[in-house]
Design a protein around this ligand. Sequence first.
Ligand code: PAF
Length: 286
Amino acid sequence: MKTAARIGPVTLWRKKAEGTSGPVVFVPTMGALHEGHASLIRRARRLAGRKGSVVVSIFVNPTQFGPKEDLAKYPRPFAQDLALCKREGVDLLFHPTPEEMYEGDSSVKVCESSLSTGLCGASRLGHFNGVCTVVAMLFQIIRPDIAIFGEKDWQQVAVIRRMVRDLKMPVKILSHATVREEDGLALSSRNRLLSPESRLVAPRIYQALLTALMAAEAGETSVARLRRRLTSDLAVIPRTVVDYAEIVDESTLLPLQKLTPGSAARALVAVQLGSVRLIDNLGISR
Ligand code: PAF
């Protein structure tokens, strides 16, 4: 596996990869890699085949964190991440510094102005501008044929798909199913910041989503009722403050009134559990 902290060597590597017949498949991350990332990388490896290449980036992107968010305490276990990438057959690991990525007087941003305004965007102002900007930069540097994102960040995937569509970026976006602990907790780099007490109750987030799914499957069609129940199931989790619990169209992220047969609805939630913000989502069909 080749590693690069500078853009120059990546550009050279990319030129060489042009001569090969397989695709360049890219998994962007902020590190603190876990089994969820490993499963994205394995998918990338399968898609790339022997002739293609798998690129992973590790970059804790400062521009997607708000001033009161957890940038400083975001976990950065680089040696472990490196070992995971080697084990999973990554060809190139790009791990730039903020100085390598952002010019001191950088003044251009990529802003998505529709899908990113609600849900996480409402409480994390500027978050998706930071995500879009860094992902656009990473796409420029790596020029992947395919990029894979985890579905735990459902809104992120929708926003990135929109950016790629609207800016005609020549990359295919794939999403990959959320990987969960045995008790249902969605894998997240932030899970390791949970206190033991919070970790114990964290699976109740997924249970609340499953309860909404079961109610829908049992015939409940009113989104308002489903949403009320979901919110109260989350609110009773100890040390939890509900940021949002919404049931939306899974592509447009627009609110729904009723579940109809064949409607592609998804419940998305965000909670502050102790000092850690967790998100999760689940398809809600009838
Ligand atoms: O999902 C993440 O880890 C980040 O938001 C991403 C896509 C790597 C951009 O910094």
